[in-house]
Design a protein around this ligand. Structure first.
Ligand SMILES: *Cc1c(COP(=O)(O)O)cnc(C)c1O
Length: 367
């Protein structure tokens, strides 16, 4: 069986370094925040080319805290609308809701799966106050166009960069492309911890200070609480692990690019569409598309290849959002036709070849 993702092999090379880092943390006697968190925040901000980074508990909290911070700073008000692509992971929408704001679901571009300036324009209302640019599958959104709409209409532009560690747009990295960005370090992400973790990056000092306070009980000074915060700090041990893995992120992303190039050059089946956006992606996922998706998934499984769907139900059709009575035909069609095939840095050449051959055999010469 070729697993969809093999976290054991991805983390195996780091085990000795993780053990040393764990011992260091254990011996330090400092288990909340501490040196490894400070170091990671500094390293990750500098990696992204952003002025500030605040480590938080997970990716959902990173997004939620950005919106809560804007509310606390008076830049957003309860009930303001935030445009969210409906083909994202549900966290993108929950964050908006958790901050007392209203998610308005919009269509992605049919070919790139990313937020599209036309659908953003179509969804704009007097209440629209922010856009969430989800850099889905490791590809950055068309930020120039989105920035233009944001500045013309006075909107905040927030990046959901949970799938885009290291991805670039015109030479700049995700995390430094909008007003603020959220990252997740969930184990399966391009930069993954051994548990939950997340971060907010921004060039806005005021926003950064507010996120740091809100994630820590609304306090910047022990037992003084100017804001109603939460407890969502980046775990000290996870920060230590992430510091070690961050050094390899560019190399891992390069390996992902090589595998993606191999797939793009060798998958040749008129029943299967390949990703259209190819430059500067960090290939968090390799998503193919076919009219007969369930049959393709079955065909792969029969050949011992695990695949997944990101995501099978668009957010506006999830029961959790059943009050949202919208019909988004593009998102709904995409959800029926997409399939993610294995792509990760430790995927062997042999497996890559077998995946390509198996895809090429789909609905061909098969009776
Ligand atoms: C993973 C992910 C999140 C949430 O991150 P968690 O750390 O799992 O909370 C948010 N948005 C997108 C697009 C994601 O892929």
């Amino acid at each position: 069986m070729i697993p969809f993702l093999d976290l054991k092999s991805i983390n195996a090379p780091y085990i000795d370094a993780f053990v040393s880092a764990t011992q260091e943390v254990m011996r330090s006697g400092w288990y909340i925040e501490g040196e490894s968190c400070k170091a990671f925040e500094k390293n990750f901000a500098s990696y992204c080319g952003a002025s500030f980074c605040a480590g938080v508990g997970n990716g959902l909290d990173a997004l939620t805290l950005i919106f809560k911070a804007y509310v606390a700073l008076g830049k957003l008000q309860k009930g303001d609308e935030v445009l969210v692509p409906s083909n994202s992971f549900i966290a993108s929408a929950l964050a908006v809701l958790n901050a007392g704001l209203t998610p308005v679901f919009v269509e992605p571009d049919e070919r790139t799966y990313l937020l599209n300036s036309q659908s953003v324009k179509n969804a704009l209302s007097k209440k629209t106050k922010a856009i969430m640019a989800v850099h889905l599958y490791g590809q950055t959104c068309e930020m120039d166009t989105l920035k233009k709409i944001a500045s013309t209409s006075g909107l905040l532009l927030v990046e959901d960069a949970a799938q885009a560690h290291g991805a670039t747009y015109k030479g700049e990295k995700a995390g430094a492309l909008g007003d603020a960005a959220a990252f997740s370090f969930y184990p399966g992400k391009n930069l993954g911890a051994l548990g939950d973790g997340g971060a907010v990056t921004t060039n806005d000092a005021e926003l950064y200070e507010m996120v740091q306070a809100l994630k820590n009980y609304g306090s910047n000074e022990k037992y003084i609480h100017p804001y109603q915060g939460v407890n969502s700090r980046l775990d000290t041990l996870q920060a230590a692990f992430l510091n070690i893995k961050l050094r390899q992120l560019d190399k891992d992303n390069e390996t992902r690019r090589q595998i993606a190039s191999f797939y793009l050059e060798n998958i040749d089946n008129q029943n299967i569409s390949l990703p259209t956006l190819r430059t500067n992606s960090v290939w968090h996922l390799f998503v193919v598309r076919t009219k007969n998706r369930d049959a393709l998934q079955h065909h792969l499984l029969q050949n011992g290849i695990e695949s997944m769907i990101h995501y099978p139900i668009p957010i506006h059709l999830q029961k959790a959002f059943e009050d949202t009575k919208t019909h988004l035909p593009i998102s709904e069609q995409i959800a029926k036709e997409i399939l993610s095939v294995p792509l990760y840095p430790t995927l062997s050449k042999e497996h890559q070849h077998f995946i390509v051959e198996t895809l090429n055999r789909f609905e061909r010469n098969e009776r």
